[in-house]
Design a protein around this ligand. Structure first.
Ligand code: 5GP
Length: 202
């Protein structure tokens, strides 16, 4: 016998999109979130960028050649895809569909171009924008990360204002001035979203 709650509970899991400017800490927040909460599934992106030291194919990303990636684009295998700086990135569609249809929440850590594409296709998703405490702090974080050279850092900073201008299109804003605080806030958002009433029976 189903409970009252079961009748009104959403059948599908939530699609949670974590986005924001490069260097804001999306990746770190996402890793922390997944470390503590095993009830969220991470969507592993495909990319044409070269693997960084320690990155593993099938865990951090699916690393593909440009030809392989563009073939997947042709086959409509992506929920979204974008050229971010000099490389292509995309979210494999089937995986996200499979996880959410099993009632599990799936989290995407993607750039703003991709997030807006997902919003077009899946407006029911939960869109979270991570903001840095300041632009100066953002520059400091990208520089400290050491994965980009000076020219690349400058390229990323040029785009920040345009990216922040897209913030009103999101559902939630989380400032990343403190990692644990940001992770907890996102956890609260995810829990609250799970209690949303599925109103198809109205
Ligand atoms: P990185 O190369 O530093 O791992 O990621 C660079 C940027 O690409 C980050 O802003 C990251 O969020 C974004 N990104 C990672 N995966 C995807 C994806 O599947 N789609 C899109 N649109 N952006 C992604």
């Amino acid at each position: 016998m189903s409970s009252i709650a079961d009748v009104y509970r959403k059948e599908k899991g939530n699609l949670i999109v974590l986005s924001g400017p490069s260097g804001v800490g999306k990746g770190t927040i996402c890793k922390e979130l997944l470390r503590y909460y095993s009830d969220i599934v991470y969507s592993i992106s495909a990319t044409t960028r070269k693997a960084r030291l320690g990155e593993v194919h099938g865990k951090d990303y699916f690393f593909y050649s440009k030809d392989e990636f563009l073939k997947m684009v042709e086959e409509d295998a992506f929920l979204e895809w974008a050229k971010v700086y000099d490389n292509y990135y995309g979210t494999p569609k089937l995986f996200v569909e499979e996880i959410t249809s099993r009632g599990k929440d799936c989290i995407l850590e993607i750039d703003v171009q991709g997030a807006l594409q997902v919003k077009e296709r899946k407006p029911e998703g939960v869109f979270i924008f991570i903001v840095p405490p300041s632009k100066e702090e953002l520059i400091r974080r990208i520089t400290c990360r050491g994965t980009e050279n000076e020219k690349e850092v400058a390229k990323r900073m040029e785009k920040v204002d345009d990216e922040i201008a897209l913030l009103p299109q999101y559902d939630y804003m989380v400032e990343n001035d403190n990692l644990q605080k940001a992770v907890e806030l996102i956890r609260c958002i995810i829990l609250a979203e799970r209690t949303r009433i599925h109103n198809h029976k109205k």
